[in-house]
Design a protein around this ligand. Structure first.
Ligand SMILES: [Zn+2]
Length: 193
């Protein structure tokens, strides 16, 4: 799910750009998709820890890109441990892209925030969000649980950030799946005061 969303986003963006570019009549508007992308990048990003009451002690920094990690091979996010039922809140302002129940993530919510970053909240006990819902920083979107492949483990929020536009400077030739680090950002980067 998580990589599909960024892939689909990129496909929609690139194809809409070419549809506009190919049409003689529309070509003069080809700057609009580019402008929209630019505006998205200019939006400031402020972030909070996405579990109400959690502190920086509640996740292990080393869990980002931990290997080996089951069928995912590498762990492309951080796990924020908190009692079941704690509020999961949106770490940024944004818009809900989808909610989902199933697969490895179990009950999950995908949010598009500033700078074209997709925020993925997984293993929720309950979802309190709906597609296209606008969110403020700190809006409750669900509760901490152990759904999906977290079943039987201590309840935690799996939190990941992906980008459809890669950051080449994050390419890591040493790491397993190192090229994917251009697309999966480390949430820890923004969650420390
Ligand atoms: Zn996880």
């Amino acid at each position: 799910m998580i990589t599909n969303i960024t892939r689909r986003f990129l496909a929609i963006f690139i194809s809409s750009f070419f549809v506009i570019w190919r049409s003689r009549r529309l070509r003069k508007w080809a700057f609009i998709p580019a402008l929209i992308i630019l505006i998205g990048y200019l939006l400031p990003q402020k972030m909070v820890i996405p579990v109400q009451g959690a502190t920086t002690q509640d996740w292990n920094v080393a869990s980002f890109w931990a290997y080996p990690w089951g069928t995912s091979v590498t762990h492309k996010g951080i796990d924020i441990f908190n009692p079941r039922g704690s509020n999961v809140i949106s770490s940024t302002y944004g818009i809900v892209v989808y909610t989902f129940d199933g697969g490895k993530g179990g009950k999950s919510v995908m949010v598009l925030g500033p700078k074209w970053r997709f925020h993925y909240y997984a293993h929720l006990d309950s979802i309190d969000a709906f597609p296209l819902q606008p969110l403020k920083i700190g809006t409750v979107i669900g509760t901490v649980g152990d759904t999906g492949n977290a079943k039987g483990k201590p309840p935690h929020l799996h939190y990941a950030i992906t980008t459809p536009f890669p950051y080449p400077q994050l390419y890591d030739k040493e790491a397993v799946h190192g090229y994917k680090k251009m697309f999966y950002l480390n949430p820890d980067t923004w969650l420390r005061p």
